[in-house]
Design a protein around this ligand. Sequence first.
Ligand code: TRP
Length: 364
Amino acid sequence: MSKIILTGDRPTGRLHIGHYAGSLRGRVELQNSGEYDKIYIMIADAQALTDNADNPERVRQNVIEVALDYLSVGLDPTKSTLFIQSQISELTELTFYYMNLVTVSRLQRNPTVKNEIQLRNFETSIPVGFFTYPISQAADITFCKATVVPVGEDQLPMIEQTKEIVHKFNAIYAPENPVLIEPKALLPQAEACKRLPGTDGKAKMSKSLGNCIYLTDSDKEVKAKIMSMYTDPLHLQVSDPGHLEGNTVFTYLDAFARDEHFERYCPEYANLEEMKAHYTKGGLGDVKVKKLLINIMQEVLEPIRMRRAQFETDIPEVYNILKKGSDAAREVAAQTLSEVKSAMKIDYFEDAELIKAQSALYAK
Ligand code: TRP
Protein backbone atom coordinates (compact mmCIF):
# COMPACT_ATOMS: atom_id res chain seq x y z
CA MET A 1 0.00 0.00 0.00
CA SER A 2 1.21 3.52 -0.79
CA LYS A 3 2.21 5.77 2.07
CA ILE A 4 0.38 9.04 1.66
CA ILE A 5 0.36 12.09 3.90
CA LEU A 6 -2.26 14.78 4.03
CA THR A 7 -2.43 17.65 6.45
CA GLY A 8 -3.24 21.34 6.46
CA ASP A 9 -4.04 24.55 8.25
CA ARG A 10 -6.81 27.09 8.30
CA PRO A 11 -5.60 30.37 6.87
CA THR A 12 -6.78 32.69 9.62
CA GLY A 13 -3.44 34.15 10.63
CA ARG A 14 0.29 33.96 10.13
CA LEU A 15 1.94 30.84 11.51
CA HIS A 16 3.99 30.99 14.72
CA ILE A 17 6.66 28.92 16.42
CA GLY A 18 3.93 26.83 18.08
CA HIS A 19 2.89 25.69 14.60
CA TYR A 20 6.54 25.18 13.75
CA ALA A 21 7.36 22.98 16.77
CA GLY A 22 4.01 21.20 16.65
CA SER A 23 3.76 20.42 12.98
CA LEU A 24 5.72 22.35 10.34
CA ARG A 25 9.15 21.10 11.42
CA GLY A 26 7.87 17.53 11.46
CA ARG A 27 6.32 17.88 8.01
CA VAL A 28 9.58 19.02 6.53
CA GLU A 29 11.32 16.03 8.11
CA LEU A 30 8.67 13.67 6.75
CA GLN A 31 8.99 15.31 3.35
CA ASN A 32 12.73 14.92 3.31
CA SER A 33 12.74 11.39 4.74
CA GLY A 34 11.79 10.09 1.28
CA GLU A 35 9.58 7.50 2.96
CA TYR A 36 6.30 8.73 1.56
CA ASP A 37 4.92 8.24 -1.91
CA LYS A 38 2.88 11.43 -1.82
CA ILE A 39 2.56 14.41 0.49
CA TYR A 40 -0.38 16.81 0.33
CA ILE A 41 -0.35 20.04 2.31
CA MET A 42 -3.62 21.90 2.16
CA ILE A 43 -4.54 25.48 2.91
CA ALA A 44 -8.01 24.96 4.38
CA ASP A 45 -9.66 28.17 3.23
CA ALA A 46 -13.12 26.61 2.88
CA GLN A 47 -12.88 25.37 6.45
CA ALA A 48 -11.68 28.80 7.59
CA LEU A 49 -14.82 30.27 6.03
CA THR A 50 -17.04 28.05 8.18
CA ASP A 51 -16.43 30.43 11.07
CA ASN A 52 -15.34 33.48 9.08
CA ALA A 53 -18.20 33.67 6.63
CA ASP A 54 -18.41 37.43 7.07
CA ASN A 55 -14.69 37.99 6.65
CA PRO A 56 -13.59 36.62 3.26
CA GLU A 57 -10.83 39.20 2.93
CA ARG A 58 -9.16 37.88 6.09
CA VAL A 59 -9.13 34.37 4.67
CA ARG A 60 -7.93 35.48 1.24
CA GLN A 61 -5.06 37.49 2.71
CA ASN A 62 -3.96 34.64 4.93
CA VAL A 63 -3.88 32.11 2.11
CA ILE A 64 -0.77 33.80 0.74
CA GLU A 65 0.66 34.31 4.24
CA VAL A 66 0.35 30.63 5.04
CA ALA A 67 1.74 29.68 1.64
CA LEU A 68 4.78 31.87 2.29
CA ASP A 69 5.15 30.35 5.76
CA TYR A 70 5.03 26.84 4.23
CA LEU A 71 7.66 27.62 1.64
CA SER A 72 9.84 29.46 4.11
CA VAL A 73 10.07 26.55 6.56
CA GLY A 74 11.25 24.31 3.75
CA LEU A 75 8.18 22.64 2.33
CA ASP A 76 9.30 22.04 -1.21
CA PRO A 77 6.76 22.07 -4.03
CA THR A 78 8.82 19.59 -6.00
CA LYS A 79 8.35 17.09 -3.17
CA SER A 80 5.03 18.08 -1.59
CA THR A 81 1.79 19.10 -3.26
CA LEU A 82 0.70 22.44 -1.79
CA PHE A 83 -2.89 23.29 -2.65
CA ILE A 84 -5.94 25.36 -1.75
CA GLN A 85 -8.96 23.48 -0.43
CA SER A 86 -11.69 25.57 -2.09
CA GLN A 87 -10.24 24.90 -5.52
CA ILE A 88 -11.04 21.20 -5.26
CA SER A 89 -14.81 21.21 -5.79
CA GLU A 90 -14.83 17.40 -5.57
CA LEU A 91 -14.28 17.84 -1.82
CA THR A 92 -17.69 19.40 -1.35
CA GLU A 93 -19.27 16.60 -3.30
CA LEU A 94 -17.59 13.97 -1.14
CA THR A 95 -18.67 15.89 1.96
CA PHE A 96 -22.29 15.84 0.80
CA TYR A 97 -22.31 12.06 0.45
CA TYR A 98 -20.46 11.47 3.72
CA MET A 99 -23.08 13.55 5.51
CA ASN A 100 -25.48 10.62 5.17
CA LEU A 101 -23.16 8.50 7.26
CA VAL A 102 -22.92 10.78 10.32
CA THR A 103 -25.57 11.59 12.90
CA VAL A 104 -26.22 14.99 14.43
CA SER A 105 -25.61 13.60 17.90
CA ARG A 106 -22.25 12.19 16.81
CA LEU A 107 -21.18 15.65 15.64
CA GLN A 108 -22.44 17.18 18.87
CA ARG A 109 -20.20 14.81 20.79
CA ASN A 110 -17.05 15.79 18.87
CA PRO A 111 -14.93 17.38 21.64
CA THR A 112 -13.05 19.74 19.32
CA VAL A 113 -16.26 21.07 17.81
CA LYS A 114 -17.81 21.39 21.28
CA ASN A 115 -14.84 23.37 22.49
CA GLU A 116 -14.76 25.62 19.43
CA ILE A 117 -18.49 26.34 19.68
CA GLN A 118 -17.87 27.59 23.21
CA LEU A 119 -14.83 29.63 22.23
CA ARG A 120 -16.74 31.38 19.46
CA ASN A 121 -19.93 31.95 21.48
CA PHE A 122 -21.80 29.99 18.84
CA GLU A 123 -23.97 28.14 21.38
CA THR A 124 -27.26 29.60 20.20
CA SER A 125 -26.42 30.14 16.54
CA ILE A 126 -24.07 27.53 15.13
CA PRO A 127 -23.61 27.86 11.37
CA VAL A 128 -24.47 24.52 9.77
CA GLY A 129 -21.27 24.65 7.74
CA PHE A 130 -19.21 25.02 10.88
CA PHE A 131 -21.08 22.26 12.66
CA THR A 132 -20.37 19.85 9.82
CA TYR A 133 -16.74 20.72 9.19
CA PRO A 134 -15.52 17.43 10.66
CA ILE A 135 -17.30 15.74 7.74
CA SER A 136 -15.60 17.99 5.23
CA GLN A 137 -12.33 17.22 6.97
CA ALA A 138 -13.02 13.53 6.31
CA ALA A 139 -13.34 14.45 2.63
CA ASP A 140 -9.98 16.28 2.81
CA ILE A 141 -8.30 13.23 4.25
CA THR A 142 -9.91 10.61 2.04
CA PHE A 143 -9.81 12.26 -1.38
CA CYS A 144 -6.15 11.30 -1.71
CA LYS A 145 -6.49 8.10 0.34
CA ALA A 146 -4.14 9.48 2.97
CA THR A 147 -2.68 6.88 5.30
CA VAL A 148 -0.98 9.28 7.69
CA VAL A 149 -2.25 12.63 8.97
CA PRO A 150 0.30 14.61 10.99
CA VAL A 151 -1.70 16.82 13.35
CA GLY A 152 -1.81 18.29 16.83
CA GLU A 153 -3.70 16.60 19.64
CA ASP A 154 -6.74 18.83 19.21
CA GLN A 155 -7.32 17.22 15.80
CA LEU A 156 -7.55 13.64 17.07
CA PRO A 157 -11.37 13.72 17.23
CA MET A 158 -11.39 14.67 13.53
CA ILE A 159 -9.29 11.66 12.62
CA GLU A 160 -11.54 9.46 14.75
CA GLN A 161 -14.58 10.81 12.93
CA THR A 162 -12.89 10.23 9.57
CA LYS A 163 -12.13 6.64 10.47
CA GLU A 164 -15.79 6.06 11.35
CA ILE A 165 -16.93 7.53 8.05
CA VAL A 166 -14.45 5.42 6.09
CA HIS A 167 -15.49 2.32 7.98
CA LYS A 168 -19.16 2.93 7.39
CA PHE A 169 -18.69 3.87 3.73
CA ASN A 170 -16.73 0.74 2.96
CA ALA A 171 -19.10 -1.47 4.95
CA ILE A 172 -22.20 -0.19 3.13
CA TYR A 173 -20.99 0.61 -0.36
CA ALA A 174 -17.83 -1.34 -0.92
CA PRO A 175 -17.71 -4.38 1.37
CA GLU A 176 -15.72 -6.49 -1.07
CA ASN A 177 -13.40 -3.93 -2.48
CA PRO A 178 -12.88 -1.08 -0.01
CA VAL A 179 -12.74 2.28 -1.76
CA LEU A 180 -11.62 4.50 1.12
CA ILE A 181 -8.63 4.15 3.43
CA GLU A 182 -8.64 4.58 7.21
CA PRO A 183 -5.98 7.14 8.15
CA LYS A 184 -3.70 7.21 11.16
CA ALA A 185 -2.91 10.36 13.12
CA LEU A 186 0.74 11.20 13.67
CA LEU A 187 1.42 13.35 16.75
CA PRO A 188 4.63 15.24 17.53
CA GLN A 189 6.86 13.16 19.78
CA ALA A 190 8.14 15.62 22.34
CA GLU A 191 5.63 16.62 25.00
CA ALA A 192 6.71 20.30 24.80
CA CYS A 193 5.94 20.37 21.06
CA LYS A 194 2.37 19.16 21.41
CA ARG A 195 1.14 22.46 22.68
CA LEU A 196 3.68 25.24 23.03
CA PRO A 197 2.37 27.80 25.55
CA GLY A 198 2.23 31.51 24.79
CA THR A 199 5.09 33.78 25.86
CA ASP A 200 2.91 34.85 28.81
CA GLY A 201 2.71 31.26 30.06
CA LYS A 202 -0.93 30.88 29.01
CA ALA A 203 -1.91 27.49 27.66
CA LYS A 204 -2.02 28.46 24.02
CA MET A 205 -0.34 30.84 21.60
CA SER A 206 -3.08 32.92 20.14
CA LYS A 207 -3.15 36.02 18.04
CA SER A 208 -5.90 37.59 20.17
CA LEU A 209 -3.85 37.12 23.35
CA GLY A 210 -0.80 38.73 21.72
CA ASN A 211 1.48 36.02 23.10
CA CYS A 212 2.90 34.54 19.91
CA ILE A 213 6.33 34.53 18.35
CA TYR A 214 5.67 34.54 14.61
CA LEU A 215 7.89 32.97 11.99
CA THR A 216 8.01 36.45 10.43
CA ASP A 217 9.12 38.26 13.62
CA SER A 218 12.38 40.15 13.26
CA ASP A 219 15.50 39.49 15.28
CA LYS A 220 14.62 42.44 17.50
CA GLU A 221 11.01 41.44 18.07
CA VAL A 222 12.03 37.91 19.04
CA LYS A 223 14.59 39.26 21.50
CA ALA A 224 12.07 41.60 23.13
CA LYS A 225 9.41 38.90 23.36
CA ILE A 226 11.77 36.40 24.95
CA MET A 227 13.22 38.92 27.42
CA SER A 228 9.72 39.64 28.72
CA MET A 229 8.68 36.00 28.85
CA TYR A 230 6.98 34.38 31.80
CA THR A 231 9.31 32.20 33.90
CA ASP A 232 9.07 31.24 37.57
CA PRO A 233 7.39 33.84 39.78
CA LEU A 234 9.11 32.39 42.86
CA HIS A 235 12.59 32.76 41.36
CA LEU A 236 13.32 36.30 42.54
CA GLN A 237 17.04 36.16 43.33
CA VAL A 238 19.58 34.38 41.18
CA SER A 239 20.45 32.27 44.22
CA ASP A 240 16.85 31.09 44.72
CA PRO A 241 16.04 27.57 43.59
CA GLY A 242 14.03 27.81 40.37
CA HIS A 243 11.06 25.74 39.22
CA LEU A 244 10.74 24.17 35.79
CA GLU A 245 7.05 23.28 35.97
CA GLY A 246 5.10 25.85 33.93
CA ASN A 247 8.30 27.78 33.25
CA THR A 248 7.75 28.86 29.67
CA VAL A 249 11.39 29.52 28.83
CA PHE A 250 12.28 25.96 29.73
CA THR A 251 9.28 24.61 27.84
CA TYR A 252 10.56 26.41 24.73
CA LEU A 253 14.04 25.03 25.36
CA ASP A 254 12.52 21.55 25.60
CA ALA A 255 10.99 22.12 22.18
CA PHE A 256 14.01 23.68 20.46
CA ALA A 257 17.34 23.09 22.27
CA ARG A 258 19.78 20.49 21.03
CA ASP A 259 23.11 19.56 22.61
CA GLU A 260 25.11 21.37 19.94
CA HIS A 261 23.38 24.61 20.86
CA PHE A 262 25.03 24.40 24.30
CA GLU A 263 28.42 23.91 22.74
CA ARG A 264 27.85 27.06 20.67
CA TYR A 265 26.06 29.39 23.08
CA CYS A 266 26.43 28.09 26.62
CA PRO A 267 29.42 25.76 26.84
CA GLU A 268 29.40 25.54 30.64
CA TYR A 269 26.57 23.04 30.28
CA ALA A 270 26.76 19.93 28.12
CA ASN A 271 23.02 19.86 27.58
CA LEU A 272 19.64 21.05 28.78
CA GLU A 273 19.55 18.54 31.64
CA GLU A 274 22.64 20.08 33.22
CA MET A 275 21.26 23.56 32.87
CA LYS A 276 17.95 22.51 34.41
CA ALA A 277 19.78 20.92 37.35
CA HIS A 278 21.64 24.16 38.02
CA TYR A 279 18.46 26.19 37.75
CA THR A 280 16.50 24.06 40.23
CA LYS A 281 19.40 24.02 42.67
CA GLY A 282 19.67 27.81 42.58
CA GLY A 283 22.38 30.13 41.30
CA LEU A 284 21.27 30.45 37.67
CA GLY A 285 19.47 33.64 36.63
CA ASP A 286 16.59 33.86 34.17
CA VAL A 287 18.42 36.32 31.93
CA LYS A 288 21.11 33.80 31.12
CA VAL A 289 18.53 31.16 30.24
CA LYS A 290 16.62 33.65 28.11
CA LYS A 291 19.78 34.66 26.27
CA LEU A 292 20.39 31.04 25.34
CA LEU A 293 16.82 30.77 24.07
CA ILE A 294 17.25 33.96 22.03
CA ASN A 295 20.34 32.52 20.35
CA ILE A 296 18.59 29.26 19.58
CA MET A 297 15.48 30.95 18.20
CA GLN A 298 17.58 33.20 15.99
CA GLU A 299 19.36 30.14 14.63
CA VAL A 300 16.02 28.45 13.93
CA LEU A 301 14.31 31.50 12.47
CA GLU A 302 17.07 33.06 10.39
CA PRO A 303 17.00 30.54 7.51
CA ILE A 304 13.20 30.73 7.55
CA ARG A 305 13.31 34.52 7.23
CA MET A 306 15.83 34.31 4.38
CA ARG A 307 13.76 31.84 2.40
CA ARG A 308 10.64 33.92 3.00
CA ALA A 309 12.35 37.09 1.77
CA GLN A 310 13.29 35.20 -1.39
CA PHE A 311 9.74 34.00 -2.09
CA GLU A 312 8.31 37.43 -1.27
CA THR A 313 10.16 38.83 -4.28
CA ASP A 314 8.13 36.58 -6.58
CA ILE A 315 4.53 36.40 -5.36
CA PRO A 316 3.18 35.38 -8.80
CA GLU A 317 5.39 32.30 -8.56
CA VAL A 318 3.89 31.45 -5.15
CA TYR A 319 0.39 31.58 -6.66
CA ASN A 320 1.65 29.51 -9.53
CA ILE A 321 2.89 26.85 -7.10
CA LEU A 322 -0.52 26.78 -5.42
CA LYS A 323 -2.29 26.58 -8.77
CA LYS A 324 -0.17 23.68 -9.95
CA GLY A 325 -0.67 21.91 -6.62
CA SER A 326 -4.41 22.48 -6.77
CA ASP A 327 -4.60 21.11 -10.32
CA ALA A 328 -2.73 17.99 -9.26
CA ALA A 329 -4.89 17.51 -6.15
CA ARG A 330 -8.01 17.95 -8.22
CA GLU A 331 -7.08 15.17 -10.57
CA VAL A 332 -6.63 12.77 -7.68
CA ALA A 333 -9.90 13.93 -6.09
CA ALA A 334 -11.78 13.36 -9.34
CA GLN A 335 -10.55 9.78 -9.48
CA THR A 336 -11.61 9.07 -5.88
CA LEU A 337 -14.96 10.77 -6.40
CA SER A 338 -15.63 8.61 -9.41
CA GLU A 339 -14.87 5.47 -7.37
CA VAL A 340 -17.12 6.76 -4.58
CA LYS A 341 -19.99 7.47 -6.96
CA SER A 342 -19.72 4.14 -8.62
CA ALA A 343 -19.71 2.36 -5.22
CA MET A 344 -22.81 4.39 -4.34
CA LYS A 345 -24.49 3.40 -7.59
CA ILE A 346 -24.78 6.94 -8.89
CA ASP A 347 -22.57 6.47 -11.93
CA TYR A 348 -25.44 6.06 -14.42
CA PHE A 349 -23.61 7.08 -17.55
CA GLU A 350 -20.40 5.23 -16.89
CA ASP A 351 -22.08 1.91 -16.20
CA ALA A 352 -22.67 0.08 -19.49
CA GLU A 353 -24.06 -2.91 -17.58
CA LEU A 354 -26.78 -0.76 -16.06
CA ILE A 355 -28.07 0.39 -19.39
CA LYS A 356 -27.97 -3.13 -20.80
CA ALA A 357 -29.77 -4.59 -17.78
CA GLN A 358 -32.46 -1.92 -17.84
CA SER A 359 -32.94 -2.45 -21.57
CA ALA A 360 -33.39 -6.17 -21.04
CA LEU A 361 -35.91 -5.49 -18.27
CA TYR A 362 -38.04 -3.31 -20.47
CA ALA A 363 -37.63 -5.33 -23.68
CA LYS A 364 -40.33 -7.80 -22.64
N1 TRP B 1 -8.72 21.53 11.15
C1 TRP B 1 -7.36 21.86 10.82
C2 TRP B 1 -6.94 23.09 11.65
O1 TRP B 1 -7.78 23.70 12.27
C3 TRP B 1 -7.15 22.15 9.36
C4 TRP B 1 -7.53 21.02 8.47
C5 TRP B 1 -8.56 21.00 7.55
C6 TRP B 1 -6.91 19.74 8.41
N2 TRP B 1 -8.60 19.80 6.93
C7 TRP B 1 -7.62 19.01 7.42
C8 TRP B 1 -5.84 19.13 9.09
C9 TRP B 1 -7.30 17.68 7.13
C10 TRP B 1 -5.54 17.82 8.79
C11 TRP B 1 -6.26 17.09 7.83
O2 TRP B 1 -5.79 23.45 11.65
